[in-house]
Structure formats: structure tokens, C-alpha cells
Design a protein around this ligand. Structure first.
Ligand SMILES: [Zn+2]
Length: 895
């Protein structure tokens, strides 16, 4: 009550300087704290602030108020920009920051912190609010809002909320989650600018060139990366956030210019692994934000569009350690000013202000509910442990397995996210099965139980009401409201066998560590005739890539063989001592250590079954020069993420070539060309000449790899680089026949033939748009079966899980044209996880995922879905890298 009275007085008495734009009307700022203008030379919102200037401003704040501000570095981007977070609180809280962090770790761990102890901690513990900005670099306003927020908290002595926020809370500000993307945006915006900032949407400065600033250097959407942590920015954040365990976490974004402002409560569907009180708390923040927006006359909406079903968002991942995580979305000015469709000009500073007001509103909500949020946080851990102890799934077990490197990576990923994982030091039995030493065990009676369930369960169900509504909308040909993929199960995506068990498992377990790759080794006699590396795991691919870069001679078998009683799979690498430098053993031992691969030295090349190393079934591997189509019209995600997988997960360089140059470029230097997915298709950019150029190059021995919808281009009858064809939606003949004949398109008359519509079905058919493709799918995991006899399937698991999105379905190749090396399972078995329209399920059955077709001396390898989405489909790594390394080994260019 006292606060409200003070706030009223604050507004009535305040007499602000009239000319200045007021971020918070009536605020009077302490002159000893530097403003944005003092440090950077322009008022907040007058320019879009660069990364280096943002860092400079926060350092100036820390220099002016070292007792209340600390700046920490938490990582570095691919382009070398530093990632920082800034801690703002009262001097007494800052002085005991380590203790505050230790207290949050104690509240996170109810096994060692009793309720009485928790109560004692909570009595004297500030709650942490985490405000993160600009994960999408072209969503510009939030970073400038971050600076204003910190400034206000330190300098607005007459805002009575400030003292309460600083006393009751610690505010952590991550001002720029994506520096590379933001600076990319600013550079190109500034480059296009003229005499005045242009508000016209058709102006160059309002239209970013490819790739947009949304993504980081490797063109990732980092707001999907939180649980797979493929990017250094995400890795740093996951570490930093777990140092503080904030009770509230905001991820500030921008949306289309014609929108208003969005904040929590979020839209349905809710993830069922969220706790009920987390949902209820969202409303506390929403009401505070709404109160200030009413005060200032700012429009907003809640509960629509933005859901948190997928756990890889900034606005969802922190929920799984007990935080209240939210996305805030400000309509974007896309520059210094934009003209909305209604004619209103929206300047940048208005958008900065939107995020500034909600940032303060968020910190205020935490300050006013400090005790409740801390108690909820502790209760969240207690109930998670209890659910894990009593639920239908009480443990997950990752057995020692064929792809042990995949199992190790999965365990390490979980550990990095705060999951307790045990590694068996001896064999044990559980749920009717025995497990070898080296198996991993995750007992769910632990605080991270809900995270484990949402990441490892084969399926996370969508709410039945939500699904019914989507089917209703689909029947009416309205777009569905599924915002992202509906399947992300890590064991399926990584193709790592994982068992659920209804019991808590006991045995001899050592705590597993956070490493994603365990060192490999080289074993066997020193008088080696050859060294063998079994194929089928990521480390062997990394070893091959590095061996190629070092110029080592390597061969590979297309068929499995037995040597000295050991069975080696097809694809096994063979390094002959005679063909390689004298220090081959040392070179391979170092590569094994770094890559995690297992190398076996053999003193004789004699095999007891399968092809000898000089057989026609053994091919010489050549270090291919690999190119990828870059720039318009490629999808920046597909181009960037594919390049990342090859370059950073497998250490092999890729040359990016702008697509428009592919039409006429001499490609003979390259043995492999990857066409990533495309928004608009390649036909317009490449033209007939481009298709001809690619065909010539393939026929001379090139390997063309089409990714996802790039296969449309290769499969277009006018291009015909691959024999498969894209299908229309299947239509039941009985339904079509009952519908009266539509008008003849050639009919020159102004009117068309009369119809009688007899029932709802006929009406639906007649009103269906001429668009003939299958309905689009948000993202599901489908099972595919692999033909291991083909080199593209060498060492690949017999069964793959493919992330299927969009509407593409292709006919299978006829065997005289090529081989369907991976094809989807039958309609009954095809769906591994997620929500799939029944018509699509029926039509996708038996259709191809990966097709290899010889063409002249080269090959076309067509993937009908993108195997490299978000670089998180590890289970598809081997087949994709086979296309590169084995495709070029089997092609026959003139060398
Ligand atoms: Zn965004």
C-alpha cells in the first residue's frame, strides 16, 4: 500500500523536462551515473547500439557504481565478440553474490537442504531476475532497452520501486545474446541509410539482405538451441544461468511491425511437464506489465500465438529448473523508424521503451513476490523429486551400445543441463534386462526430473483440446496453430537406444561428467600392416576428415569383413602402413585421442570373411573439395546449419559459393556440391543454364547432394537431375468422382457450367484451393529403414529417425534409375514421435528419405528432408557424411 501511495505522489509531483523523450515519465536521474548519451554521444533510442558500444556502456556503469554493478564475460562468439552479463543489485547484495548463488544451489537441492534450512535461507535471500535480450540479432530494440533498464535501476533515485528491486532482488542483464547477428544487422542498416531514416517498408534499409541478423555466425536460430547447445553462445548461457538459478527469466524479442506488444501468460499448448504453479505465476507478471501499459497507453496482447511447448526456447528451457520463463515480444521498427500499415510512424525509441517498461515491471514483480517465488522454487524441486520417485517412469537407462559415442554425448548433454547421471562401473540388472558396465543411469527422483522427461520421453503429448481445434481448422483449410516442431526426443534424434524403467535403479554408479566426447584410443601390435577404424559413429567421421586434411592415404570397405575374430562393419576405414608416412601410428593415436575414435592396429591384412583390402569392394577415399550453395535463394538455416555440421562437428572445410554464380561457374575443382533448402526454389536463380551446368559437372564425376526441399529442383521434370518426383496430395478417387466437373480452364466464356452441390463433402471439395500438395507438417520424427548394401548406407543404423517438416513427399526411385537407400516405414510404423496428420501418415509410408542415383561418372544424392536441422539430428550424421565422403570416393571423375 505504501508503495502505491508513493507511486501516485511520484507521478503527481514529477515535473520532467518537457522536450526530452521520457522513458519513464517523471524519473529524475542521478547525475553521477552516466547515461547512454554521456558515454555514447546520443540519447537512448536515437541510434541502434553496436556490440562494442553496448559493452563500453556497461563498463562505464560498473566504473561509476562498482558497488552495485558487475560485468561478467560468459563466452565468445564465432566472430570473436565477447558475451557479457551484467549484475545489478544493492551494494550489500553485490558484496555477497557468491553466497547468494550458493544459496540458490542449496534451494535447488532438496536432498541436502531441509525445508527448515530452506526457510532460513529464504528469509534473507534476494530472488534473481534474469533479463535476456536480442537472441535474434535483428530484433534490435531490446539491447538498447537493456542499457536503459540498468541506468534506471542505478540512477532513478525518485522511483520508489528501484530501492525495493535492488534490496529484494538481483537483476542479471544479458544485453545481447547474439552479437554477431546484431552487428551484421546494424552494419547493413547503416550502409543503406541516406539523408533521413526511411520509414518506407520498400526502402533498402528496411529490407535486410541474406543472411538476416536473426541468426548467429553459422546462421542458427539460437532460440531453438537451448537443450542441444550446439553454439558457443548457448553453451555459455546455459552455464551462466545455472550459476544463478533465477526465479524469473525473460527472453525479449521483436515481432512484425504491425503488431503491438506481447507478454505472458503464454498461448496454449502448454508442455505437460511444466508445474501448475509456474503457469499461475505467469499471470502475476502479466498483470504488472498490463498495469504500466495502461498507465502509459501502450497496447498489448497475451495468450495468443506464442506458446512454450517446445523446450528449446529461452522462454521455456529455464522452466525446467523451476524458473518462471517468458517471452516478451515488441513490434519492430526494423530501423530507426517504420511506417505501419495504418500510416502511423513508429520510431525506434518507442520500441526500446516497450521492453524497458516490461523489464522494470518484471523486476518489480519479483521484488514484490520475493518470498513466494523462492518458496515456489524450492517446492518445485521437492515435487520434482517426489514425482520422479513415484511416477510411471522412475529411471532412464542408456545401455552400452553400438553408437557408444552417441550415448556418451547424450549423457554429457544432460549433465551440462544439471541432470545427475550415473555411469555403471559394473554390470547390473533393471526392469528385466541386464546392462553392461559403461551404461548410463538417470534416476528420476532428482530436481531435473521434468527436464529429463521432456527431453527423453519418446513423445510429449499435445493437449487434446488443442489437437481437436487444429483438426477443425485443417478441415476448414485454415492454417494450424502449431508454432514449431512437435517432436524433439533426444534418444530418437540422436538414434541412441534408451530404456525407460518403472523402478529406481541401484548399482555401482560413478557420477558421469559433462564431456560430450570421450578420448579415443589406438590399440594393437607395433608392427602394424594396417590400422582399422570401424565406421558408424561420429568420431570415426571426424577421424576421416582430419586424416584427409593431413593427406593420409585411406581406403574403405563397402562390405563387412572379419579380421582375427572381430567383425568390422561396412564402411570401416583402412590405413595401410605401406602407403602412409613412417609415423602413421603416432598420427593416428593423436587423431583417436582428439576425435574419440577407436583405432585397431593389425599385423596382417588377412581376413577370414568378407573382402580383402585389395578387393574391388574396397575403395580409395579421396579428400573431396566440398562446396555449398550460399546466399539467395537458399534457406539461411539450412545453408548455415549444414555448413556447421560439416565444418564444426566433423572438422572439414566447406567452400560457400553464391548461388547465382553456380549457373556458370567452372565447378571442376569441387567433387561435392550441397544444395541446401530454399524458400523460393532454385529454378529462378539458376535458370536453364544453371541446371545444364550442374548436369555437366555431375556427369563428369561430381556428387550433387540435395537437402530437403532442394530436391524439388533436382526432381523437377524440366531439370531431371534425379528420377524421383514430388507428389500431390493423395485424393480418394471415390470422392472426386462424386463432385461435378469443374469449369474447363480453356473455356473462353465469361460464365462457367452450373453445379449442384449435394452435400458437405462436395462443398468442401469445391471450396478447396487449387493448391494440390499435401498439408504442411510442423515437425515430426519419422522412422526410416536403411539399405545397408549401398555405400550410402555403409555403417548406418538399420533404422533412422528423420525430422519431417513441410509438405514434400516424393515417389520412390525405380531400381533401374537409383536406390532408395533410406525409405519411410509402413503407415502403421512410420510415426516415431509428434503430431502428424493422418493423410500425411498414409501417404508418407514407404516413400524415400535418401536416394542415390548414378549419373554419368557422378552421383546425385537426394535427401527429401533436411538431415542437418539445427545440427541436432545426430542420428543422421553418418548417412549425410557418407554422401560427402563415400559419394566422392565412388564417383569417377578424371583425376
Ligand atoms: Zn525473436
Amino acid at each position: 500500500m505504501r508503495t502505491i501511495m508513493m507511486l501516485i505522489a511520484f507521478f503527481l509531483l514529477s515535473t520532467a523536462v518537457a522536450e526530452e523523450y521520457e522513458y519513464w515519465p517523471g524519473a529524475r536521474y542521478d547525475a553521477s551515473i552516466p547515461s547512454v548519451e554521456d558515454v555514447l554521444g546520443y540519447a537512448s533510442g536515437e541510434r541502434i547500439t553496436w556490440h562494442r558500444d553496448t559493452v563500453r556502456y556497461f563498463e562505464a556503469l560498473a566504473a561509476a557504481a562498482p558497488d552495485r554493478v558487475r560485468v561478467y564475460r560468459y563466452g565468445e562468439t564465432w566472430e570473436g565478440r565477447e558475451l557479457i552479463y551484467v549484475v545489478v543489485s544493492s551494494a550489500s547484495n553485490i558484496a555477497r553474490l557468491d553466497e547468494i548463488k550458493a544459496n540458490m544451489r542449496a534451494l535447488r537441492d532438496p536432498a541436502s537442504t531441509s525445508r527448515a534450512e530452506a526457510d532460513r535461507i529464504i528469509a534473507n535471500q534476494p530472488a534473481v531476475t534474469w533479463l535476456s535480450y536480442g537472441v535474434h540479432g535483428n530484433e534490435i530494440s531490446s539491447t538498447d532497452a537493456a542499457m536503459m533498464t540498468a541506468y534506471h535501476l542505478l540512477a532513478a533515485g525518485n522511483d520508489p520501486r528501484v530501492d525495493e528491486i535492488l534490496e529484494n532482488t538481483v537483476v542479471v542483464i544479458d544485453p545481447m545474446q547474439n552479437p554477431d547477428g546484431r552487428d551484421r544487422f546494424i552494419h547493413r542498416y547503416e550502409t543503406a541509410k541516406g539523408l533521413l531514416p526511411d520509414s518506407d517498408r520498400i526502402s533498402a534499409e528496411q529490407n535486410e539482405p541474406w543472411p538476416s541478423g536473426r541468426t548467429n555466425h553459422y546462421l542458427f536460430d539460437m532460440n531453438r538451441d537451448w537443450f542441444m547447445m550446439t553454439q558457443p553462445e548457448t553453451q555459455g548461457r546455459v552455464r551462466a544461468v545455472q550459476e544463478f538459478y533465477p526465479v524469473a527469466f525473460v527472453d525479449a524479442h521483436e515481432m512484425g511491425s504491425n503488431s503491438t506488444y506481447y507478454f505472458a501468460p503464454e498461448a496454449i499448448p502448454y508442455n505437460p511437464h511444466l508445474a501448475a504453479d509456474q503457469r499461475a505465476s505467469l499471470e502475476l507478471f502479466g498483470r504488472t506489465n498490463a498495469r504500466w501499459f495502461d498507465e502509459f497507453g501502450i497496447d498489448y496482447f497475451t495468450r495468443e500465438v506464442y506458446d512454450a511447448f517446445y523446450p528449446g526456447y529461452g522462454a521455456s528451457w529455464p522452466s525446467y529448473f523451476g524458473s518462471i520463463a517468458m517471452t516478451y515480444e515488441q513490434s519492430s521498427s526494423r530501423g530507426l523508424v517504420v511506417r505501419k500499415y495504418d500510416g502511423v510512424e513508429m520510431p525506434y525509441r518507442d520500441t526500446v521503451r516497450g521492453h524497458f517498461v516490461t523489464s522494470l515491471g518484471t523486476a518489480e514483480t519479483v521484488a514484490n513476490n520475493r518470498r513466494k517465488f523462492l518458496e515456489d522454487f524450492y517446492d518445485y524441486q521437492v515435487s520434482a523429486v517426489e514425482e520422479g520417485r513415484s511416477g510411471n517412469v522412475r529411471s532412464y537407462i542408456i545401455p552400452a551400445q553400438r553408437d557408444q559415442a552417441g550415448a556418451n554425448k547424450l549423457a554429457g548433454l544432460l549433465v551440462q543441463q544439471g541432470v545427475e547421471v550415473g555411469r555403471a562401473t559394473s554390470s547390473f540388472s533393471a526392469c528385466g534386462r541386464s546392462y553392461d558396465a559403461g551404461s548410463y543411469v538417470i534416476n528420476l527422483a532428482q530436481p531435473a526430473k521434468r527436464l529429463v522427461r521432456t527431453l527423453l520421453d519418446p513423445d510429449v503429448p499435445l493437449d487434446a483440446d488443442f489437437l481437436a481445434e487444429q483438426e477443425r481448422r485443417r478441415a476448414k483449410k485454415l492454417p494450424d496453430q502449431i508454432y514449431d516442431v512437435t517432436a524433439w526426443s533426444l534418444p530418437l534424434m540422436m538414434n541412441v537406444e534408451t530404456d525407460a524403467c518403472g523402478r529406481t535403479v541401484s548399482g555401482d554408479f560413478a557420477a558421469a561428467g559433462p564431456d560430450l566426447v570421450l578420448p579415443g584410443s589406438l590399440a594393437g601390435p607395433t608392427d602394424a600392416a594396417a590400422f582399422l577404424v570401424p565406421w558408424g559413429e561420429a568420431p570415426a567421421i571426424r577421424l576421416l576428415a582430419n586424416a584427409h586434411r593431413q593427406g593420409l592415404a585411406v581406403k574403405s570397405t563397402d562390405k563387412a569383413f572379419t579380421h582375427d575374430g572381430t567383425r568390422y562393419p561396412s564402411g570401416t576405414l583402412i590405413f595401410d602402413s605401406a602407403d602412409n608416412p613412417a609415423d602413421l601410428r603416432d598420427l593416428l593415436a593423436a587423431l583417436a585421442e582428439d576425435t574419440g575414435a577407436t583405432v585397431t592396429a593389425v599385423s596382417s591384412t588377412w581376413v577370414t570373411d568378407g573382402p580383402n583390402f585389395g578387393s574391388g569392394n574396397v575403395v580409395r577415399m579421396n579428400a573431396p573439395r566440398v562446396a555449398i550453395a550460399w546466399d539467395e535463394p537458399t534457406s539461411q538455416y539450412s545453408a548455415g546449419n549444414t555448413r556447421f555440421v560439416v565444418e564444426r562437428q566433423f572438422d572439414y572445410p566447406v567452400t560457400a559459393i553464391r548461388t547465382r554464380q553456380l549457373g556458370s561457374a567452372d565447378l571442376r575443382r569441387y567433387q561435392v556440391l550441397i544444395l541446401p533448402e530454399s524458400y523460393d526454389g532454385y529454378a529462378g536463380t539458376l535458370g536453364d543454364g544453371g541446371a545444364e551446368n550442374l548436369r555437366d559437372w555431375v556427369e563428369r564425376g561430381g556428387v550433387l547432394i540435395t537437402v530437403g526441399n532442394a530436391t524439388r529442383f533436382a526432381a523437377d521434370p524440366s531439370v531431371d537431375l534425379v528420377s524421383i518426383r514430388r507428389e500431390d496430395a493423395y485424393v480418394d478417387a471415390a470422392v472426386t468422382e462424386s463432385v461435378p466437373e469443374a469449369a474447363d480452364e480453356e473455356d473462353p466464356k465469361a460464365t462457367v457450367a452450373g453445379t449442384i452441390i449435394g452435400d458437405d463433402d462436395e462443398y468442401a471439395t469445391l471450396t478447396t484451393p487449387a493448391e494440390t500438395g499435401p498439408d504442411s507438417v510442423g515437425g515430426v520424427l519419422l522412422k526410416a529403414r536403411v539399405d545397408g548394401d549401398h555405400w550410402l548406407g555403409a555403417g548406418v543404423s538399420e533404422s533412422l529417425n528423420v525430422l519431417a517438416r513441410g509438405s514434400d513427399i516424393f515417389t520412390p526411385a525405380r531400381l533401374d534409375a537409383g536406390v532408395n537407400v533410406a525409405r519411410f516405414e509402413s503407415a502403421d510404423d512410420v510415426l516415431a514421435s509428434g503430431y502428424l496428420w493422418d493423410d500425411n501418415r498414409q501417404q508418407l509410408a514407404y516413400k524415400p528419405f535418401a536416394v542415390a542415383e548414378p549419373k554419368g561418372n557422378g552421383y546425385v544424392v537426394a535427401f527429401t528432408q533436411d538431415p542437418n536441422v539445427r545440427a541436432y539430428l545426430d542420428g543422421l550424421n553418418v548417412i549425410f557424411m557418407n554422401a560427402i565422403f563415400r559419394g566422392s570416393a565412388h564417383a569417377r571423375p578424371v583425376r
